[in-house]
Design a protein around this ligand. Structure first.
Ligand SMILES: [Zn+2]
Length: 260
């Protein structure tokens, strides 16, 4: 039964072109290792139209039942991200695909990249669907209102576990490039399925990624590869214009909170 559930995830990865038939044994073996499976039963799982959340749920449940992970919402997220990381192409592959499409058209590149981020379940589309959204016509114009319901509620057991978590300075923050592929821990999310793409901003190396819990459609983040404070100064305008030059179909803003 569990082999059938694993096979569904492999079928999903092939169908979504995250892996190819050449990758099957490596991916299967790594999934078996994560689930501590020592035997494999060949089966023909009909590739159904189940969502990625529906495919991952029985695997997470199995890991809890077998005490591979603890049964808390944070452990579930760390574990299902670990599984998705096994299916996630290497950064060089994602970057090559993005750049190939970018030369044709920047919008084509971000359309592909957003879809890729959803297929990887890095952008948790199933949870974003739970957000409440509506518009309200007021005397000043139309207001878009969103209530974000996609971030999971904190589990009290996770809060307790976070208190005993050893403090680590790696990665220094959630917007450092070291997050790509990172396993996460009690107070830092797993990012094995994160694949940012590089860009140049104000002659410096920056990266682009989507927000896992978007507040608006195709909500993305651009960040400096260096871990330096966000400040609002004259250069911010150079940076913002570089970003809209690079992605002219996107709107950009700075939410730095330490103006000088
Ligand atoms: Zn940082």
């Amino acid at each position: 039964m569990i082999c059938n559930d694993v096979q569904k995830l492999i079928d999903y990865a092939i169908k979504k072109e995250l892996i190819t038939n050449d990758d099957i044994y490596v991916v299967r073996n790594q999934l078996m290792e994560a689930l501590k499976l020592t035997d494999w039963e060949e089966n023909l799982s009909e590739c159904s139209d189940e969502t990625i959340d529906e495919i991952l749920a029985p695997l997470v449940k199995y890991a809890c039942e077998k005490e591979i992970i603890s049964d808390t919402s944070n452990s579930h997220d760390l574990f299902d991200t670990k599984l998705m990381g096994i299916l996630t192409p290497m950064p060089r592959e994602g970057v090559a695909e993005f750049n190939k499409r970018y030369t044709a058209n920047p919008k084509e590149a971000t359309d592909w990249y957003f879809d890729f981020s959803k297929k990887l379940n890095y952008v948790r589309a199933g949870r974003i669907e739970k957000d409440l959204k509506w518009t309200y016509d007021c005397e000043y114009g139309r207001i878009d209102i969103t209530i974000n319901c996609s971030k999971p509620e904190k589990d009290p057991r996770d809060i307790a576990a976070a208190k005993t978590q050893k403090v680590s300075a790696y990665p220094e923050c959630q917007l450092c490039p070291e997050n790509a592929g990172f396993a996460g821990y009690a107070t830092h999310p797993a990012r094995q399925n994160l694949r940012p793409v590089p860009l140049t901003v104000n002659n410096e190396k920056w990266q682009l990624q989507y927000s896992p819990y978007s507040y608006y459609n195709e909500h993305c983040i651009v960040f400096n590869e260096k871990h330096i404070p966000m400040i609002i100064d004259d250069e911010v305008f150079e940076k913002l214009f570089d970003i809209v030059d690079y992605l002219p179909h996107y709107f950009v803003g700075s939410n730095a909170d330490t103006p000088i």
